[in-house]
Ligand binder design. Structure first.
Ligand SMILES: Nc1ncnc2c1ncn2[C@@H]1O[C@H](COP(=O)(O)OP(=O)(O)OP(=O)(O)O)[C@@H](O)[C@H]1O
Length: 268
């Protein structure tokens, strides 16, 4: 089978500063200021061409960060990601310029992707039609609601016909009718044998779409396998986690962070 994505030992470190002074000192001096925070710690997984992989995990587990690293929007701190084909990310806040109109954003994105003038003229009406933005298409994106931004992002990304489609929670902000239409479009992609990454808290949508599930916890891979195998385990985990007291949840988190530190120390 041909691989579409090969992610090897990806780590993403952010610096958390308690104030601006710390941020500036960190820029100016070799000594490190601020606290290291690892959004991803040694994440490896592979997707075959045609796979639909769902990323699941609690808030802050690293799903969006990993989606952004694969899309080439956020650089990894270490490790490597190989993507065979053109990846397109759909996320509520991704890649739109708020000062430009919807139409200008479409043209800019298509230009950046290397489309010719004629191809842009041909494709633009399809994108506008799909977005259902009507006359708002000529208004600046900063006047759009999050649902409208998501529609525009979705309309652009699915119509540029990427090899790999990465969808990060973009369906959760739109209305039901648009979500259904988008899910239909995603089904078409799947039938065409394209690769998809799907980030969502909706386990129902995961079941409908994904063949494989990557479960992240504190920036680490907790499990990776078929939907039938991993999703029930995650559902059971969520049920049990919900029953924990605040203190127990804190202790669970501390243990997770300790595991992360151990893993990172082993790697250094
Ligand atoms: N630019 C940044 N600077 C500092 N920390 C960041 C940055 N971006 C993300 N993080 C942190 O990295 C961690 C992972 O974030 P990410 O958005 O990937 O999680 P997620 O699993 O997608 O969460 P959610 O389900 O809430 O959307 C979080 O703790 C977040 O606060």
């Amino acid at each position: 089978m041909e691989k579409a994505i090969i992610a090897k030992n990806i780590t993403k470190k952010y610096k958390l500063y308690s104030n601006n002074k710390e941020r500036i000192l960190d820029l100016l001096f070799p000594k490190s200021y601020g606290e290291d925070f690892y959004a991803l710690a040694d994440v490896s997984f592979e997707a075959e061409k045609g796979d639909s992989v769902g990323f699941i995990g609690m808030n802050g587990s690293g799903k969006s960060t990993l989606a952004n690293v694969i899309a080439g929007i956020v650089p990894e701190t270490s490790g490597s990601v190989e993507v065979n084909g053109q990846a397109s990310l759909i996320a509520v806040a991704a890649g739109l310029n708020a000062d430009l109109t919807g139409r200008d954003n479409i043209e800019l994105k298509l230009l950046m992707l290397g489309f010719s003038k004629q191809e842009i003229v041909d494709l633009e009406p399809e994108i506008i039609d799909f977005s259902e933005l009507g006359k708002f298409i000529d208004q600046p994106v900063k006047s759009y609601s999050s649902g409208m931004r998501s529609r525009l992002g979705f309309a652009i990304s699915v119509n540029v016909n990427p090899d790999i489609l990465i969808i990060d929670e973009a369906l959760s902000v739109g209305d039901k009718a648009f979500a259904e239409k988008s899910l239909d479009k995603m089904k078409e992609f799947k039938q065409e044998g394209k690769t998809m990454i799907f980030v969502s808290h909706s386990l129902g949508q995961m079941k409908r779409f994904c063949d494989k599930i990557l479960w992240l916890e504190y920036g680490m891979v907790r499990d990776y396998g078929s939907v039938e195998d991993v999703l029930p385990k995650y559902e059971q985990f969520l049920d049990e986690f919900k029953k924990l007291s605040g203190k127990e949840k804190e202790a669970y988190k501390e243990k997770g962070m300790e595991r992360q530190l151990e893993m990172l120390t082993l790697k250094i």
